[in-house]
Design a protein around this ligand. Structure first.
Ligand SMILES: C[S@@+](CC[C@H](N)C(=O)[O-])C[C@H]1O[C@@H](n2cnc3c(N)ncnc32)[C@H](O)[C@@H]1O
Length: 231
């Protein structure tokens, strides 16, 4: 598997091009909580997949990420698309957020917390505890947390990686999150384009699978977990 920290540092545009082949997720977020007029945090915002549709409607948006290059890409995109500069970007680790207590209505996080909470990381359980307590600190008592993570790339039914299952289980059973799954397939013009655009991130296994199935649409399952702090 490629080194993702390197990808985020050196290939932010390629990452952004790849995820732009997935469906817009705005309706899935709105169904759980409308962000119209809210103060929103996008945790691990990356190149702005979620921030791009949240910024135009939110009152304010803070985008945190450990990668400066990814946030640079986010800034370029939002600058291009938005007339109202209501967002800020901050390089920060999920476990220590430079954000005031009780200042956020809605925290969203896409495909990011898992870098600290997969079981290959010896500290995964403590990391999850730190992240949950940071989110609780920055959120208002009426706040909401929405987390998206992978349930498998190249699979038509949810098939989460083993190293993420304990994290998902704690979200549901310890931290009280509700959960459902969605499809977030990648759509390319051809099998060759799918391979070219996905291998740098997912490695040679995905290329072999794409070739074997002659996919131009690569299936992807994602999970959404959410919790309203106010009950
Ligand atoms: C798969 S990308 C997801 C980006 C964006 N949320 C999206 O949905 O496309 C993961 C992001 O998490 C960031 N990240 C990884 N570990 C992090 C950490 N400990 N603290 C903050 N951000 C982190 C990476 O830099 C990267 O931008």
């Amino acid at each position: 598997m490629p080194n993702h920290a390197e990808v985020y540092k050196n290939q932010a545009i390629s990452y952004d091009d790849m995820i732009n082949r997935q469906p817009n997720l705005a309706e899935h977020i709105k169904e759980i909580r409308s962000y119209q007029g809210l103060h929103v945090l996008d945790l691990g915002a990356g190149s702005g997949r979620l921030s791009s549709f949240i910024a135009p409607e939110a009152s304010s948006l803070v985008c945190t990420d450990i990668s400066e290059s990814m946030l640079k890409r986010l800034d370029e995109k939002l600058m291009h698309n938005s007339s109202n500069h209501n967002w800020s970007t901050v390089v920060a680790d999920h476990r220590k957020l430079p954000i005031n207590d009780s200042s956020i209505d809605l925290a969203v996080s896409g495909w990011s917390i898992s870098y600290l909470t997969n079981t290959d990381n010896l500290d995964w359980e403590n990391n999850l505890e730190f992240i949950m307590s940071e989110l609780k600190r920055v959120l208002k008592s009426s706040g909401t947390i929405i987390i998206l993570e992978t349930l498998g790339t190249g699979t038509e039914t949810p098939d989460p990686p083993e190293f993420l299952k304990p994290y998902f289980s704690l979200l549901e059973n310890k931290y009280g999150f509700s959960h459902r799954s969605i499809r977030a397939d990648y759509q390319f013009a051809s099998t060759a384009e799918a391979k070219k655009n996905m291998e740098f991130f997912f490695g040679s296994d995905i290329s072999k699978k794409i070739e074997e199935h002659q996919w131009s649409t690569v299936p992807e399952c994602a999970g959404i977990w959410w919790k309203h702090l106010g009950g």
